[in-house]
Write a protein that binds this ligand. Structure first.
Ligand code: 8HG
Length: 292
């Protein structure tokens, strides 16, 4: 448990004495696409059909536009607040090399995001850059989701399966997802027709879950690992993209090792904590522009 108590005040909840929680580390470490920093150093995001603004004040975290019921049913889990990240960081820091990345991203927490949204988001992420992915996901939400007003601005929820299934290939292509439009349409169709069931996939063990997700067109090993890690709580996942590959080469292994070999090496080395290790490494490599 990484907070002491929670209070509801007006239209916000206040979490007292929160540990291992830094806004930038959480929202800019690569795991999510719907959070943006404001001029007041808070972050506003849309998740589970709500808009909230998160503020760090001393050791407290304030979630604006939320009540205690939302906290108990959504945000406590979403922010993975019941987990003790000090334990994870202690364990991973036994590895001298990883310690540096853990120190750099000391306030990272792995968000428990919605599987449908994350399937579509990470199909969109293939061979794509994060600002482009964010823009495309926002376009999709604007087109098919619902609008919510907050502090005079309009935000859009990610569409439900029912809202999204009306989309045509041409429409989705026009939203900035490029060649991935056909995979998105295909995934929405298979999920809405219950050919693939995300709750069922989530209930599988880590290796089965990884394989099941790869059955979707447009999902390879790396995208599968991202989906299972960011929305299905499969923490042995180790997505290897170009940044993680560079970090692993830079820190651990000889150059020009294949992506699958790096994945196997890392899962072997970090075991059940591989997914957390990956996030500290991805964030460190990307923010420090590691080049091998
Ligand atoms: O958190 C992430 N980890 C890894 N390994 N890859 C990621 C994350 N987030 C994210 O967007 N990616 C992918 O990296 C998507 C895209 O292919 C690339 C952007 O740097």
């Amino acid at each position: 448990m990484d907070f002491k108590e929670v209070l509801e005040v007006d239209d916000k909840v206040i979490l007292k004495d929160v540990k291992n929680f830094e806004l930038k580390d959480i929202f800019d470490c690569g795991q999510c696409f719907r959070w943006n920093e404001t001029v007041n150093n808070t972050y506003i995001g849309v998740a589970f059909r709500k808009v909230v603004e998160v503020e760090k004040s001393g050791n407290d975290v304030i979630i604006h536009n939320a009540n205690l019921n939302d906290f108990n049913t959504i945000w406590c889990d979403y922010f993975d607040l019941k987990r003790d990240y000090s334990e994870i960081k202690k364990e991973l820091s036994k590895d001298e090399i990883l310690r540096k990345s853990v120190e750099f991203g000391e306030g990272i927490r792995l968000l428990k995001q919605d599987p449908f949204e994350i399937v579509i988001s990470f199909i969109t992420s293939a061979n794509n850059r994060i600002p482009m992915i964010k823009r495309a996901i926002n376009n999709i939400s604007k087109e098919y989701g619902d609008s919510i007003e907050y502090k005079g601005n309009t935000y859009y929820t990610f569409p439900t399966i029912d809202q999204f299934k009306k989309a045509t290939l041409e429409e989705v292509e026009a939203l900035g997802v490029g060649f991935r439009a056909k995979y998105i349409i295909d995934a929405v169709e298979k999920i809405s027709n219950n050919i693939y069931n995300l709750e069922e996939i989530k209930s599988l063990n880590d290796d089965e879950c990884h394989e099941a997700l790869k059955q979707f067109n447009g999902i390879g090993p790396k995208v599968s690992d991202c989906i299972m890690l960011f929305s299905m709580q499969k923490y042995s996942a180790f997505p290897v993209d170009v940044w993680v590959k560079r970090a692993m080469q830079y820190f651990y292994v000889a150059p020009d090792v294949s992506l699958p070999k790096i994945r196997i090496f890392a899962r072997d080395k970090f075991g059940e904590l591989a997914g957390f290790a990956q996030q500290y490494l991805f964030y460190y490599a990307r923010e420090n522009k590691i080049i091998t």
